[in-house]
Design a protein around this ligand. Structure first.
Ligand code: DX5
Ligand code: ZN
Length: 246
C-alpha cells in the first residue's frame, strides 16, 4: 500500500510565528504540512488565503518529487474552489484539496439566473487542478456518503482521477474537535476498492484515535491540536507514523 504520510495541521500553530512553526514541524519529521483554508462561508470560520501561503513557502523546502517531504497540502474549505486554483499554485501549494460539496454548489452556481458561471463538477475541478500543475485531492464532509466518489475514482481518463481522497472525521471548521469513528467505514470501503489510493483522515486524530484510523486503511494522517498542543511534537509524529506503518 501507499506510504505513511504525517501532515500536521498548522491551524493549531501560533500564527504570529508561522514560518518558524512550519520549519520546526518539518524538522520534527513531519512529511507534509496540512494548510486549512476557510472562507467563513463554506465553513463557519475563517483562516487565511494565498498571501500567507506565499510567505510561509520559503520556510519549507519544496518537495523534490510528487507527494514528497515538504508538500503543501491545502485543504480548501471554501465555496468556490475553482476561483482560487491559480492563486494557490503561485503561492506554492502542491496539493489542492477541494470539497466535493463545494464543487457541486459554488456560490455563483446557486442561482444560475444570477450568474453566467457554470457549475464546476468534481471531475472538471480535478482536471483543472492538474492543468495548473498541482496534485488534486477531493474531500468529503461527514454528511456526504462515500458512494458519490465511485464514479469519480473510476473515471478512465487519467487527468480526472484524484491523487488523494480526504475523509473528514469531524465537521470541518475548527481544530480540537472530537474524532468521529462513524466515518471510518468510508475509509474501509475506499481502501478495499483502491489498495494504492492516498486516503487522508482529518479531525480529532491523536495517539488515542490513530489505531482505528490506520486499521481502517488511512495512510495520510492530519493532526492539529495533537501535534501543536504537545510538549513533544516529534514524539507524537513518531507514534502516528508507527501506527500507520504497523
Ligand atoms: C478542521 C480542519 C482540520 C483541523 C484538525 O476543519 O480541517 O485540519 O485543523 O484539527 P485537529 O487535529 O485538532 O482535530
Ligand atoms: Zn483540514
Amino acid at each position: 500500500g501507499p506510504p505513511a504520510v504525517i501532515a500536521p495541521s498548522i491551524l493549531s500553530a501560533d500564527f504570529a510565528k508561522l514560518g518558524a512553526a512550519c520549519s520546526d514541524t518539518i524538522d520534527n519529521n513531519a512529511d507534509w504540512l496540512h494548510i486549512d483554508i476557510m472562507d467563513g462561508h463554506f465553513v463557519p470560520n475563517m483562516t487565511f488565503g494565498a498571501p500567507v501561503v506565499t510567505k510561509i513557502r520559503p520556510h519549507v523546502q519544496r518537495p523534490s518529487m510528487a507527494r514528497g517531504k515538504g508538500t503543501f497540502d491545502c485543504h480548501m474549505m471554501i465555496a468556490e474552489p475553482k476561483k482560487w486554483v491559480k492563486d494557490f499554485q503561485k503561492a506554492g501549494c502542491d496539493l489542492y484539496c477541494f470539497h466535493y460539496e463545494a464543487a457541486l454548489t459554488s456560490t455563483a452556481a446557486e442561482d444560475p439566473a444570477e450568474s453566467s458561471e457554470a457549475k464546476t463538477s468534481p471531475k472538471e475541478m480535478i482536471k483543472y487542478v492538474h492543468e495548473n500543475r498541482m496534485l488534486a485531492g477531493i474531500a468529503i464532509k461527514p454528511e456526504t456518503p462515500v458512494d458519490v466518489l465511485w464514479e469519480i475514482l473510476e473515471n478512465p481518463e487519467k487527468e480526472e482521477v484524484p491523487d488523494m481522497v480526504l475523509v473528514m472525521t469531524v465537521h470541518p471548521g475548527f481544530g480540537g474537535q472530537k474524532f468521529m469513528a462513524s466515518e471510518l467505514p468510508k475509509v474501509k470501503a475506499l481502501r478495499e476498492r483502491y489498495p494504492d489510493l492516498y486516503i487522508e483522515v482529518d479531525g480529532g486524530l491523536s495517539e488515542a484515535t490513530i489505531e482505528q484510523a490506520a486499521e481502517a486503511g488511512a495512510n495520510v494522517i492530519v493532526a492539529g491540536s495533537a501535534v501543536f498542543g504537545a510538549k513533544d511534537p516529534a514524539g507524537v509524529i513518531k507514534v502516528l507514523r508507527e501506527s500507520v506503518e504497523k
